[in-house]
Write a protein that binds this ligand. Sequence first.
Ligand code: OGA
Ligand code: MN
Length: 216
Amino acid sequence: MLSQPSVPDLDATFDRLADALSARGYAVLPAALPGEIAEQLQRRVATLGDSAFRPAGVGRQQDYQKNRAVRGDDIHWFTAGDHSESAYLAWMEQFRQALNRRLFLGLFDYECHFARYAAGSYYKKHLDAFRGRSNRVLSTVFYLNEGWAAADGGQLLIYNDSDEVVASVNPEMGTLVVFLSENVPHEVAVAHRQRHSVAGWFRVNASIGAHIDPPL
Ligand code: OGA
Ligand code: MN
């Protein structure tokens, strides 16, 4: 008898991610999303020409040369108009609700963009949010690069409070990384070939800041 193709159980996936997040502040999961979503996103990002991307910014930094010394990626924000992008956003919406049920994070919405690192590019060690100054709570990075070898560089390095590297993640197609935006310093090592990812952030409601309880 033919066996059913194995469909990853969504609840089990969300359990694993939530457990790792609450234990360590970050989670790394290969083949996290359905393969079709990863493949559609990979095709989509490959068809986007350079004119669809713009240099990524750094905080309030306006100086292009200073920006490029910190991060070399070019970005393209998602919209619901493209079917691969809307499929990814729909998965993240399920993930948002699952995390709120499991960890009571009060996540309100999600935004994300494609990032293209040309060979030679990197992103120096940074945090995605500064305590009390941003409504970004949880960062996600999803990778779209088939057959990434360690020698290709471009690893995501995750640090602990003592400035030690606790994880080095190859940006391999299908791998999802999730981490607390205010608490987890991270870096993109120099990539030696073109590197595509989807970087995103779950946010709390800006109008109430980080305060989930309504004022009395
Ligand atoms: C970011 C980021 C990591 C990556 O965009 O803020 O840290 O691996 N990206 O692409
Ligand atoms: Mn980051």
